[in-house]
Structure formats: structure tokens, C-alpha cells
Design a protein around this ligand. Structure first.
Ligand code: MG
Length: 203
């Protein structure tokens, strides 16, 4: 499996990192080894001094597809969860300045904690899903899928022009504003609506 991540999909987040609001989706990937499941703790990696959380809704892909038309895209995912796109912001900044790829900053081991997935029939409107992140009990990110620049279905149509989607893939759909650093000892809790979906302790 693979993890596809959308960058800059919420206007306020693009602005907070001084990035332009994109005209087409920006995407990158994390490998299978980036997965962190079952509320396992995240161990702060030695190669960075500035790991940031980015809380994102995550689609669970349920069948193979390429060149998917947007009107059929909703049939290619069967659940939505929440995940954290951990980012080594110091390494990413250096890569950006040099025009180099982001893998070191984004694709490292266990950089993608993911919750279980809620089936689609648990959402009355996938275009209006609230989610958020608490750090040490205080809210730090709040988002709603209504504020995405590119919808779930637009993302699937776009990405599948370049990359075949396969059953079991995840798509991280972008983070709202409020990203920030973590340190050892922090406790992250991610919610969809009022439902606590994910716990991630930083060790
Ligand atoms: Mg992200």
C-alpha cells in the first residue's frame, strides 16, 4: 500500500506557511513504513529538531482505479479516518529552499499515525465533516472538509491521472491552519466531530 498526501488544501494553512494557494492539487507520498496504527506512540526522530503535527482527514481506498472520473470518485473510498502528517519542518524548509524533494521531511518511518476508518454511511455529508486536534488537552487545530480547496472526489480524479490507486491505499487530504511543533511528552488526540478517533503520545 501507499499513502498519498495532499499539500496546501486549506487556504489558511497555505498562508500560514507563506505558500501560494494552488491552482491544481499538490501531492506527495509516504511509503507503507510510514504507517503508525493502533494508537502506538511516536518516537521523536533524531534527525530533526522541529517535528510538526498536521491533522488531516484520511480516505481509505477500496478498489483499484486509474483515470477516475470525478463523478465516480466516491465509489473508490469506503471510509474516512483522521491522521497526522508528521513533518520535519526544518528538513522541509531546507529542501524547499534548494528545490529538492520532500521525502526526508515527510516520508520517514512512522510519520503517518492513522485512526480506524468510519464507514461512509456514518457521515450525512462528506463535504461537511468537522475534525480537530487537541495537544495536551487544548485545541490546536479545527477544520471542516467544506473548507478544502479540492474536494475528496476532485483529489481522487486528479491523483489517479498520474498514479494508480489500489485497495488499501490512504489519501491524506490536507491540513487546516494551526500546525505546530511537538515535543517529547506531548499527548495528541484527534477527533472527527465529537468522536475521539486517535491518540498519539510523543516519546
Ligand atoms: Mg499535510
Amino acid at each position: 500500500m501507499k499513502i498519498i498526501c495532499i499539500g496546501r488544501n486549506y487556504t489558511e494553512h497555505a498562508r500560514e506557511l507563506n505558500n501560494p494557494v494552488p491552482a491544481e492539487p499538490v501531492f506527495f507520498m509516504k511509503p507503507e513504513s510510514a504507517q503508525l496504527r493502533n494508537n502506538q506512540p511516536f518516537f521523536y526522530p533524531p534527525f530533526s529538531n522541529d517535528i510538526h503535527y498536521e491533522t488531516e482527514l484520511v480516505l481509505h481506498i477500496n478498489k483499484v482505479g486509474r483515470n477516475i472520473q470525478e463523478k465516480f470518485a466516491h465509489t473508490y473510498y469506503d471510509g474516512i479516518g483522521v491522521g497526522i502528517d508528521f513533518t520535519a519542518r526544518d528538513l522541509q524548509q531546507k529542501a524547499k529552499e534548494k528545490g529538492l524533494p520532500w521525502e526526508m521531511a515527510k516520508a520517514f518511518d512512522f510519520s503517518a499515525p492513522v485512526s480506524d476508518f468510519l464507514p461512509m454511511d456514518s457521515f450525512t455529508d462528506p463535504g461537511n465533516i468537522t475534525f480537530g486536534l487537541y495537544k495536551n488537552g487544548g485545541i490546536v487545530q479545527q477544520g471542516n472538509s467544506a473548507d478544502m480547496i479540492f474536494s475528496f472526489d476532485a483529489i481522487i480524479a486528479y491523483v489517479s491521472r498520474f498514479v494508480t490507486l489500489k485497495q488499501g491505499d490512504y489519501i491524506f487530504t490536507g491540513t487546516p491552519a494551526g500546525v505546530g511543533p511537538v515535543k517529547v511528552g506531548d499527548r495528541l488526540e484527534a477527533f472527527i466531530g465529537d468522536r475521539k478517533m486517535l491518540l498519539c503520545n510523543i516519546r
